[in-house]
Design a protein around this ligand. Structure first.
Ligand SMILES: Cc1cc2nc3c(=O)[nH]c(=O)nc-3n(C[C@H](O)[C@H](O)[C@H](O)COP(=O)(O)OP(=O)(O)OC[C@H]3O[C@@H](n4cnc5c(N)ncnc54)[C@H](O)[C@@H]3O)c2cc1C
Length: 243
């Protein structure tokens, strides 16, 4: 006799920050069966995972890192040095699209950094301010200035707004707080999920993770992901609106 396959009330795809928080909440009811499907490995006892701060050893290693890369961003040169600046509310909007019907081909990810002139203007004005700070005692002695061990490549000077904009364009790096690729917005505004986090056009497929944020949060993303997951778990159970 063939055994019938197990059935589940919920299938959570991705056992990351949001996925496990949602699965944990949904499975509080012992009558509810939850399946979590996670593509990554089991690194529970790996010191590179369990030691705070050790994550720098994981960068670029396919054992830990999916190594997704965006399409090249125009003008960007590469490595950055302190001091760093980050726009809390970037106005530029990127895009992610499938690149092939083959699921093994990675999607095309284009963050379109600095595509909105406001982002460039705001960061450039901050660069000008930072340039003043690093040229002022006592911080001045902590930074390499001028030819030789220069802090900035030759030709980059932040004493005019245009010069500061060039510094922004050429020194831009990203810091892994990707959000908003399936934003909770009206469909006509490019939204992917509705107020119940249901994917438009589907009956019961929901997205609960950092991708549903319609705006970049002011601070770090992780705590907001937990908040979204906690907030989403009850309505998923009760089929109510999340907002
Ligand atoms: C290097 C780094 C440093 C960070 N530092 C900070 C920080 O200091 N503070 C902070 O607040 N935030 C930080 N973040 C951001 C934070 O980790 C994320 O915002 C948060 O984890 C996103 O949660 P999520 O649930 O949306 O996605 P994730 O936690 O990334 O979960 C997604 C899960 O889905 C799995 N998955 C992917 N594809 C599939 C598939 N096809 N099938 C099944 N499973 C799949 C992945 O393996 C992963 O486990 C950092 C991120 C990185 C990468």
């Amino acid at each position: 006799m063939t055994k019938s396959p197990p059935s589940f009330d919920y299938i959570v795809v991705g056992g990351g920050t949001a996925g496990l928080a949602v699965a944990s909440r949904l499975s509080e009811d012992e009558a509810v069966r939850v399946l979590v499907i996670e593509a990554g490995g089991d690194h529970g006892s790996d010191p590179l995972v369990s030691t705070p701060g050790a994550l720098v050893g994981q960068y670029g290693d396919p054992k830990y890192d999916w190594n997704f890369r965006s399409v090249p961003q125009p003008g960007r040169v590469g490595e950055a040095r302190q001091p760093g600046l980050g726009p809390n509310h970037p106005a530029s909007r990127g895009a992610v699209h499938i690149a092939s019907p083959d699921i093994r081909v990675r999607p095309r990810l284009d963050p379109k950094y600095m595509s909105h002139p406001l982002d460039l203007e705001v960061l450039a004005r901050h660069v000008q301010f930072v340039e003043k700070i690093v040229a002022t005692k006592p911080l001045r002695s902590s930074f390499k200035m001028g030819e030789g061990g220069a802090r900035l490549p030759p030709g980059l000077v932040g004493d005019t707004l245009e010069g500061a904009k060039e510094i922004v364009r050429r020194r831009l790096v990203s810091i892994w707080h990707v959000t908003g690729t399936c934003a909770m917005l009206p469909r006509e505004k490019g939204g992917v999920v509705d107020r119940q986090l249901r994917v438009y056009g589907t009956r019961n497929v929901r997205v609960v993770d950092a991708s549903v944020f319609p705006l970049q949060p002011l601070g770090n993303t992780q705590s907001v992901v937990y908040a979204v997951a906690e907030r989403a778990a009850d309505p998923i159970n009760n089929c109510e609106s999340v907002t």
